[in-house]
Design a binder for this molecule. Structure first.
Ligand code: BES
Ligand code: MN
Ligand code: ZN
Length: 502
């Protein structure tokens, strides 16, 4: 893990700020933002002069580093492209803040001041701008090098980023943004670290240990871990069926946050925790199989959200439930055609052992009924078909309750961690018919993300439920291979916006 950056707030005239680096927005067509305008004035037109030479157009993602600008106390000024002023919405702002962070990290500055929170962003207030600057900065400077002998970080890393606010009366909103930003960034980082760990380290028991460690740090968190014997007693035949193919014992991890005295009905978050998905007897092809270490990203996100919620001390009750197992082709593994009995009593014909996520989730989703949940949201790297349908931009959203779907769509917009709704219609149930059991675990080649959700819907009839298919959003492939920490920002936003109730 890299050194954490400290964040702070300040007000005052930008040109007089003594710091290693001052970052400031420039709009497309080389237009100065108000803060850049005042630096330009103090430097007798230096910034406008540089822009006139054409080295920075102002497109989102562009940056230009200036040294020793006359009349400016800061050692360096970083011009940050923010796109067209009237198009400055949440997405471009977050991308500009991330590019700024990368550019700052490439310098030797150890402390910097960002003027970006002073920019006007459509429909976003100051607290949001502060928060997103923190989240984007931490996200862009994240490294996972704990398994490398030689750390790749710069010799002189950024230690402190101060966010400049226009007026003293903005400080209160700024403080709130800072607190939320650090909590979300911590949650995202925890999820990324867990998902990036290889499967020989991050086993089901390792995840349980992480939950215990987190609970040890917050008095409002309580942990309970069910083992194989507990699952047998309960009758979790579907979860146990997946675990048979592995030498690693499965775990059902329950991490509960009680942030309110009243026995409020909880928000239950269920995260798929397949610590490695080889496909089982329906073995996956070798190409890219290493990425199936990320198949516990749902569980990692649930841990990350509970971390964020606990550090924000939100007045809620949240129960995180993480079914954890490997999916491997041992001699004892389930085989295509095997029929298993789920905790709900429904029998399932396992036509493909690689559709294991829904098998472990269905038992977890039945189990959570005992919490009398206000809502249940499951998070799972469930289908390759969801990546085909939506790519890597939004997570797939399914819900049996329209207000819950709307709340998640809104939280996606507010956090920049977006979701897109797909249908859960009656007609799809046909595809899951089995000749031998109550239901089959796959629905054929069409609408794979929908049939997976349709399968889960058979186990969630008793409560308001949403399912997030994060197969396309939980990690990046190729050169940038690694976990993203999504949907921690989305779910934390959803919980922040949720009014406390009895
Ligand atoms: N963990 C995978 C889903 C997945 C695949 C996520 C690729 C990200 C990238 C899941 O367990 C799985 O194997 N799903 C199968 C379902 C199929 C057998 C119906 C899939 O998507 O191919
Ligand atoms: Mn699978
Ligand atoms: Zn899987």
């Amino acid at each position: 893990m890299s050194e954490r950056i400290d964040f702070g707030l300040r007000t005052g005239a930008p040109e007089r700020m003594k710091t290693g680096l001052l970052s400031v927005g420039v709009f497309e067509r080389r237009r100065l933002s108000p803060a850049a305008e005042s630096l330009n004035g103090a430097s007798e037109g230096y910034l406008a002069d540089v822009l006139r030479r054409g080295d920075l157009e102002g497109k989102v993602g562009q940056t230009l580093l200036l040294q020793r600008v006359p009349g400016i106390a800061a050692e360096r000024v970083l011009l940050v492209g923010c796109g067209r002023e009237r198009d400055l919405t949440a997405g471009p702002f977050a991308r500009a803040a991330a590019s700024a962070a990368r550019a700052i990290a490439a310098t030797a500055a150890t402390d910097a001041v960002s003027l970006l929170p002073g920019l006007g962003v459509r429909e976003r207030d100051l607290a949001w701008r502060v928060r997103e600057t923190v989240v984007a900065t931490r996200g862009a400077t994240y490294r996972f090098d704990r398994m490398k002998s030689e750390k790749e970080g710069p010799a002189r890393a950024l230690r402190r980023l101060t966010l400049a606010l226009g007026r003293r009366r903005d400080l209160e909103a700024g403080q709130r943004g800072l607190r939320e930003g650090v909590a979300i960034a911590d949650g995202v980082e925890r999820a990324r670290d867990l998902a990036n760990l290889p499967a020989n380290v991050c086993t089901p028991e390792f995840l349980a240990e992480q939950a215990r460690a987190l609970a040890g740090k917050h008095p409002a968190l309580h942990v309970e871990v069910l083992d194989e014997r507990d699952m047998e007693k309960l009758g979790m035949g579907a979860l146990l069926a997946v675990a048979r193919g592995s030498r690693q014992p499965p775990r059902l991890i329950v991490l509960e946050y009680r942030g309110t005295e009243r026995e409020a009905r909880p928000v239950v978050l269920v995260g798929k925790g397949v610590t490695f998905d080889a496909g089982g007897i329906s073995l996956k092809p070798g190409q890219g199989m290493d990425e199936m270490k990320f198949d516990m990203s749902g569980a990692a996100a649930v841990l990350g959200v509970l971390h964020a919620v606990a550090s924000l001390a939100l007045p809620l009750r949240v129960v995180g439930v993480m079914p954890a197992t490997e999916n491997l082709p041992d001699g004892n593994a389930i085989k295509p055609g095997d029929i298993v009995t789920s905790l709900s009593g429904q029998t399932i014909e396992v036509l493909n052992t690689d559709a294991e996520g829904r098998l472990i989730l269905c038992d977890a989703l039945t189990y959570v009924d005992r919490y009398d949940p206000a809502v249940v949201i499951d998070v799972a790297t469930l289908t390759g078909a969801c990546v085909v349908a939506l790519g890597r931009v939004p997570s797939g959203l399914f819900a049996n309750h329209a207000p819950l779907a709307r709340a998640l769509l809104a939280a996606g917009e507010a956090s920049g961690d977006r979701v897109w709704e797909l249908p859960l219609w009656e007609e799809y149930r046909e595809l899951l018919k089995s000749n031998f059991a109550d239901v089959a675990n796959i629905g054929g080649p069409e609408a794979g993300a929908v049939t997976a959700a349709t399968f889960l819907a058979r186990f969630t009839r008793k409560y308001h439920w949403a399912h997030l298919d994060i197969a396309g959003t939980a990690w990046l492939t190729g050169k940038e291979k690694g976990a993203t920490g999504r949907p921690v920002p989305l779910l934390t936003q959803y919980l922040l916006d949720r009014p406390p109730r009895g």
